[in-house]
Design a protein around this ligand. Sequence first.
Ligand SMILES: NC(=O)C1=CN([C@@H]2O[C@H](COP(=O)(O)OP(=O)(O)OC[C@H]3O[C@@H](n4cnc5c(N)ncnc54)[C@H](O)[C@@H]3O)[C@@H](O)[C@H]2O)[C@H](O)CC1
Ligand code: K
Length: 517
Amino acid sequence: MRIVTAAEMRDIDRQAIEDYGIPGVVLMENAGLRVIEVIQNILSEVKGKVFTILVGKGNNGGDGLVIARHLFNRGALVKVLLMAEPEEFMNDAGVNLTIWKKMGQPVYQVNKENGINLVKVALLNTDIFIDALFGTGFHGMVNEKVARIIELINASSVTVIAVDIPSGLEADTGRAPGPSIKANHTVTFGLPKLGLVVEPGASIAGELHVVDISLPKYLTESKAIPRQLLTKQLIASWFKPRRSVSHKGIYGHVLLVAGSRDMSGAARMAARGALRAGAGLVTLAVPQSIQPLVAAGLEEAMTKGLAETEEGTLSTEALEQILEACQSADVLALGPGITTHPETIDLVRNLLPKLTIPVVLDADALNALAGASHLLEQLQTPAIITPHPGEMSRLLGLTIDEVQEERLYLTGTSAKDWNLVVLLKGAKTIIGTPEGEIYINPTGNPGMATGGSGDALTGIIASLVAQGFSPTQAAAAGAYLHGYAGDLAAQELSEVSTLASDLVRFLPATMKAVLTK
Ligand SMILES: NC(=O)C1=CN([C@@H]2O[C@H](COP(=O)(O)OP(=O)(O)OC[C@H]3O[C@@H](n4cnc5c(N)ncnc54)[C@H](O)[C@@H]3O)[C@@H](O)[C@H]2O)[C@H](O)CC1
Ligand SMILES: [K+]
């Protein structure tokens, strides 16, 4: 599903009206009716319930007036709070205000002196509050009065449904420069707006419902929109059914170079992720002294011991061994638990220019490139890097806050600059491609912020590359499946108690859920 900016949405809206001849008032009617459907799913019965609708003078307010009419027709008690003078309502919003008035229904003007008190009173007796104040036309910051109203709504315990986007939130950035309505649900029209799928906007929006308002699919599916939200359908479409006459060679061979004396678990976690994600063969190569340790309990993987330093980390002498092992592998995953021992850093830096198979770089393999990100550009093979914000900050020479502030931009430009797939972890993982596409992953939860979680992801992604996924597909599907497994694990075990090994344990159920229609 494509993700749009406010300008892209406006353009789609304009083309639907001008090029396809769908009247704007029809789109508005559809939008309002879809919100009614969502409300009915939440409440099951609308009749007799009390709704307060905060209505702005733009088209978002127009949607609110359509919603008011249909709720009223279904027997609800509806209070409409206008944030502007009735004369200010133009075009489609004006049409819907006129209809509402002709139905003999009152409006309460909260733009006046007593506005705050009107809102306070309304909140005392409301089952659902509908925010139709600002939509994609909002920019800048709300004024003081609106800010107070928003704070009142947020402080009350009423269920809030935002129309298209919570008022006060910027549609393009997901940031709220001032106060913003905190919604329980957001019903957004046609396509998700960028600000609803990245943080903090995604949390501010609550549960997101993307609804069809009859925009022609030629517009909503346009490849000119370079951003996509990962969906179950998209991920499932990348998996080919397994052939009935199969052998392990078809599903690829992952070579994992990972681990050190103090971090043997990282290597095992990555290997388990690779196995459960379906690779035909997995070879786990580790510093030789820990080979017996990692091999125990990892029956399905092959292991290989590599030359090591006195501290039990990979030494520069492991270079030839790794290159030799690469000859029978389809993909190399490098980094989990390898440490930033100076010799290990040398090994990583010397190895990268010599690689001839696709590579997934994570963790300390990325830390080894702090201040040397030019080595990424010099890679001769397709590559995926999976930094968390800290690793990304070291690669770019920025602070973590600077990275987090510009997650989308930095993921996109880095992928182009380094000519590889960048997967930036964090709440709403972002994947950028060398071709300039962006994918945003909706799955996952804070329970996944636990040691070893990233190692499992590295294994999963490498496994998908081995099975023939393109680097972009492998990174995107890896992020989605990993997050989905985390969500299943958290459902059963709680976010607090979820461990990285649980993510791997829930991968089979994830595969079943995602690959079953
Ligand atoms: N996308 C579609 O296909 C459809 C969208 N609909 C709805 O229309 C809104 C967008 O409507 P628009 O009239 O462009 O803008 P808004 O209603 O969001 O409101 C803008 C309104 O507010 C004023 N304003 C902007 N910033 C501020 C501020 N900081 N402080 C105060 N006032 C501000 C601005 O001047 C305007 O007057 C979209 O979100 C959908 O809900 C259609 O109804 C269906 C088709
Ligand atoms: K809104």
